[in-house]
Design a protein around this ligand. Structure first.
Ligand code: PBG
Length: 330
């Protein structure tokens, strides 16, 4: 039946009717807040110029943020570390007393009910800023298999510190399988892996690299991160991570990748996460500050649309604000 028998507007007539037929719910418990913890900050925090409202945190400030996240009902924080020193191998990444390891322990001790997810990568710890170690070649190339070994070591050190979930973001081949094997061998068979499965070489990571001081010193990440033009390959990446033992898969960035969130959701039966990345956050912040967009309704629309596309979990720098807005009842 078509018009006039069918009138789509009937079910849009009131807030109650719209609520009755709403297909997608957004809850604070589905959101993850990324935090940047700096080893050089003894106390307090410092603003990140490219991400208004986001700060680099001392350990104490990170614990405070985690407490707020828990009080707001957020699912988890995702920790990124800024070490005081970097080297060619990125050895700070698996240091038992490294910045992330210390932060995990401090947060779990202060706020045990909050989940702590750790980003597993070398780029914040290498002096060249790449996500793995370099092979001796010209031009320099990231050595996949050597990097995988160090990433697995890093994941175990996070689990040992008390991380609830480890999330490899490096895009080396075979790292999920290697991390699973190493975790199991070291007594962490119960620690889940959230794999950054379809992570694209994206301009939208620009503000993050300023926050985490992780821009590559030469070249770019296109030799390991995915080509934004490739959708079928994203599904293939996700399926490989499933095969290697991932517990959750991720699509990143989120906003211009809704088709792939949906495709990965259809292709696997695993929970799917979407990472609403730094550039996506910065765009909204800049437009809101200029008075071009209403921040609250824009953010809630974005997060709802990522859920609608198929994301069970959304990692977002807007997480605390979103939780507050959701609690106010929209
Ligand atoms: C580390 C990592 C990056 C992001 C998450 N983990 C940066 C990158 O790959 O260059 C990006 C997050 C964001 O932009 O918010 N490899």
């Amino acid at each position: 039946m078509a018009f006039p028998q069918t009138r789509m507007r009937r079910l849009r007539a009131s807030a109650r009717l719209r609520g009755l037929v709403r297909e997608t719910e957004l809850r604070a418990g589905q959101l993850v807040l990324p935090l940047f913890v700096s080893e050089t900050l003894q106390s307090g925090s410092e603003p990140v110029a490219t991400m208004p409202g986001v700060e680099r945190l001392s350990l104490a400030a990170a614990v405070e943020q985690a407490g707020e996240a828990a009080a707001l009902g957020l699912a988890a924080v995702m920790l990124f570390g800024l070490p005081a020193e970097k080297d060619a191998q990125g050895s700070g990444a698996w240091d038992e007393h490294g910045v992330v390891q210390l932060a995990v322990r401090a947060v779990k001790q202060a706020v045990p009910e909050l989940l702590v997810i750790t980003d597993v990568c070398l780029c914040e710890y290498t002096d060249h800023g790449h996500c793995g170690v370099l092979a001796e070649s010209h031009p320099p190339r990231v050595d996949n298999d050597a990097s995988v070994e160090l990433l697995a070591r890093t994941a175990v050190s996070h689990a040992r510190a008390g991380a609830d979930v480890v999330a490899p973001s490096d895009m080396m081949d075979g790292r999920v399988g290697a991390i699973r094997e190493e975790l199991d061998g070291e007594g962490f068979a119960e620690t889940p892996i959230l794999a950054y499965s379809a992570k694209f070489a994206s301009a939208f990571y620009g503000p993050f690299r300023e926050a985490a001081d992780s821009a590559p010193a030469f070249g770019d990440r296109r030799g390991y991160q995915m080509d934004p033009a490739n959708g079928r390959e994203a599904v293939r990446e996700a399926l490989l991570d499933v095969q290697e033992g991932a517990d959750m898969v991720m699509v990143k960035p989120a906003l211009s990748y809704g088709d792939l969130i949906a495709a990965v959701k259809r292709a696997t039966s695993l929970p799917v996460a979407a990472y609403n990345v730094s550039g996506e956050y910065a765009m909204v912040k800049a437009a809101a500050a200029a008075g071009y967009l209403d921040e609250r309704s824009t953010v809630l629309e974005i997060l709802t649309s990522l859920r609608r596309a198929g994301a069970d979990t959304v990692i977002t720098y807007h997480a605390k604000d979103a939780a507050r807005w959701l609690a106010e009842h929209t």
